[in-house]
Design a protein around this ligand. Sequence first.
Ligand SMILES: NC(=O)CC[C@H](N)C(=O)O
Length: 366
Amino acid sequence: MKRQLILEDGTVFVGEAFGSEQEKTGEVVFNTGMTGYQEILSDPSYCGQIVTFTYPLIGNYGVNRDDFESIEPAVHGIIVKEMCDFPSNFRSQFSIDAFLKAKGIPGLAEIDTRKLTKKIREFGTLKGKMCSMDVNVDEVVHSLKTAVLPTNQVQQVSTKRAYPSPGRGNKVVLVDFGMKHGILRELTKRQCDVLVVPHNVTAEEILRLEPDGIMLSNGPGDPKDVPEAIQMIQGVLGKIPLFGICLGHQLFALACGANTEKMRFGHRGSNHPVKDLEHNRVMITSQNHGYTVEEASLTGTDIVVTHRALNDGTVEGLKHKFHLAFTVQYHPEASPGPDDANLLFDQFVNLMETNKKAGNEACLNA
Ligand SMILES: NC(=O)CC[C@H](N)C(=O)O
């Protein structure tokens, strides 16, 4: 069966349909990872987006029960050059096609994904719609041009209620803005006693729990659409050690008085080189972001750049000059991708330990 992707600039890509028959609109983005499609399609930060894979063959090792980054995928569509119909792997339980059908997500194969990616690189991310062949293209283009992207993605994917992930180590409040489960796995691996809380938790609620640390997760959309989180961060900063990832990093920057801006086409993939400026080391990182912290806006704030993207020089890490708080724009939990930056979770545990030993003084006078 044929299906088409219609873009807001009028471009139409006709290919083979797979997955669900639902028609969905979204911001079309590309991911340059060579593996890890299951983690990518279940990463809640893709909420409302349609993901094109630049790697030409997707689906060959199937979908298994272990590699999900969320229970309900929030992505609005998947585009590939070639979809493997007969996956082969000892862990595979179903095909992408069967999985997407069950989850109401449309797929499109056999289109020129290089052409689509080049277009996005040149013009920036575009709104698009995955449609059947009998729609009126002009009408769809018109509706895409006037469509406003949603602003409530974090609300859609964040947990509705707090839930524990018990451990015997440091007490961590993990704020779920659309958390990848890899973050929870890394904290659990380090024996942390985690309480996952919804995105709209207040600073008072967190302080009442007396945690040893607070972790801000990744999440979808524009960080400026989550003002309640910015306020919460201002309320806990300097009182509890803090570690933020991706959306958490952007929210931290906003809370400290810096600014964020939308990038032309963002960073999505598991092969992004980042320089750790403090240790003069380069890491290959996993990334998925369309916004970035505007470097010029850091002047006059109390935060400094600790990491930088080597491809385009954008800010990839920050730390507070006076408080125990640091954040990264990339994904140290990997899943998918290289775990070069995994030690940041150890660094977070060390901060919590240091602060506890100092009777919380370290946090105030870092
Ligand atoms: N993975 C993330 O947390 C992404 C953050 C934000 N939604 C962005 O696109 O920049």
